[in-house]
Design a binder for this molecule. Structure first.
Ligand code: UD1
Length: 420
């Protein structure tokens, strides 16, 4: 794995262009397997996770033109596809192969997905609800084996847990299903809204996006078209934190602040001067340190778990004490041991992090453990005194496009050492 050598402290300031959203691009790409006409996807983020999908698609026989946008033609797929297990296991999102491939082939046998090590990440809800929609589906020897008769069959699903991933699996299964599918207690994340806008642009009959009841009426055909992926709200939030912890000021461009209301509210509470426009937002700390802030993560519109490690870092150097409670993933605190190596006064009890802000972090040799943890450790290196070495930074390439160049353009001193 690669490492970053980071020299700090620096003040991060300037303008940054926010990339397309990873968590919207992934389900949109998988849903394109439901469409047999040509699709052009714009604003696709250039990330490792997207490369994995492209490789999976090439295994399936999808024709892809990978230029400024991604042009996809899924009309003729190989029937004898065989995905390399390491590819499937390298991303959690490969779970979204199941519904479209069942629609296309009626029968599948693929290995279980993987993803970041932030908790157990079960797939019981995906399985349960696809069964409810008529699939015969079970897990054997770490593989998912599933079949449907002719079609999925619409049903009324009341989700027991508000799962982004399972909501998406159901939507993808319901697009061509016989009858109507109603999902109650559906996830409301903006990325799901974006997926539904994409599918509607291509002819799907879906109502209720952005609410907790989604209604899908099966259609006979989706058509091709052009779609632009929404901006990455977590990337925006991450750059706002970069300014907040370094007494800096940053303008994020090409981003919709409406999707970040709770994050902006918490940042205002820290004392940050936040300004927003239609497709930009800015933060200015006016040379002040942030005040510590309490957070409880939850499904949208509550505080996003994907911003938890960044706010924990903020609390490490903020004025005062704080508590952060993680309610989504039970193992999302691995990176905290690395922050402690940098001097953070912090301890974990059950799903809560108790923190007392200190004057500054010091440099150390640390190790990234997952995607959002790795960006927090890199930002910690930017504000720590001295030379910080962050090992295993490849996680960061899964979800942040062109990250070191973006940070360098804001004043960071980062060098990547590749481990070939
Ligand atoms: C997605 C996002 C991830 C984000 C998360 C929560 C993608 C590619 N990933 O992950 O960045 O952190 O939403 O906003 O979009 N659960 C079950 N059984 C299941 C599925 C989920 O118990 O079958 C549980 C999970 O363990 C977790 C909770 O439901 O406790 C929410 O997980 P979910 O919303 O499904 O997260 P992902 O879709 O994996």
């Amino acid at each position: 794995m690669d490492k970053f050598i980071i020299k700090g402290p620096v003040k991060l300031k300037g303008e940054v262009n926010i990339s397309g959203s990873k968590n919207a691009a992934l389900p949109i790409l998988f849903s394109s397997l439901l469409i047999k006409e040509i699709i052009e996807i714009k604003n696709i983020p250039r990330l490792k996770d997207i490369d994995v999908v492209i490789k999976l698609f090439l295994n399936l026989g999808v024709k892809i033109k990978n230029g400024k946008s991604l042009i996809i033609n899924t009309r003729n797929l190989y029937t004898n596809f065989n995905f390399p297990e390491n590819l499937i296991k390298s991303i959690r999102a490969s779970i979204w192969l199941i519904s479209p491939l069942l629609v296309r082939f009626k029968k599948i046998n693929i290995s279980l997905p993987g993803g970041c090590s932030i908790g157990m990440r079960p797939i019981d809800l995906h399985i349960k609800y696809l069964k409810k929609l008529g699939a015969n589906i079970y897990i054997k020897n770490n593989r998912i084996i599933a079949s449907i008769n002719k079609n999925f069959i619409g049903s009324h699903i009341i989700m027991k847990k508000n799962s982004v991933g399972a909501t998406i699996s159901i939507i993808l299964a319901a697009i061509y299903a016989q009858n109507i599918t109603i999902i109650d207690n559906a996830a409301k994340e903006p990325e799901i809204k974006d997926l539904i806008h994409f599918l509607k642009t291509m002819g799907a009959n879906i109502k209720g996006e952005g609410t907790n009841q989604i209604i899908i009426k099966g259609v006979l055909k989706l058509k091709g078209g052009v779609y632009t992926i929404m901006d990455d709200r977590i990337e925006t939030g991450t750059f706002l934190i970069a300014a907040a912890i370094s007494k800096g000021y940053i303008i994020c461009k090409n981003t919709n602040p409406q999707n970040l209301k709770i994050v902006l509210k918490k940042l205002k509470y820290t004392g940050a001067d936040i300004k927003t426009g239609k497709n930009w937002c800015s933060i200015n700390m006016n040379n002040k340190k942030p005040k510590a802030v309490n957070i409880i993560t939850g499904p949208y519109p509550s505080f996003p778990t994907d911003m938890q490690p960044q706010f924990t870092l903020l609390n490490c150097i903020a004025l005062g004490k704080s508590i952060i409670q993680e309610t989504i993933f039970e193992n999302r605190f691995l990176y905290i041991h690395e922050l402690i190596k940098m001097g953070a006064k912090i301890f974990i009890k059950n799903n809560k992090v108790f923190c007392r802000g200190i004057k500054s972090l010091y440099s150390a040799k640390i190790k990234a453990t997952d995607l959002r943890a790795s960006i927090s450790l890199v930002l910690a290196g930017c504000i720590a005194k001295g030379k910080t070495i962050v090992n295993n930074v490849n996680y960061i390439d899964r979800g942040y496009e062109n990250i070191e160049n973006k940070l360098i353009s804001l004043g960071a001193k980062i060098k990547r050492l590749e481990n070939k």
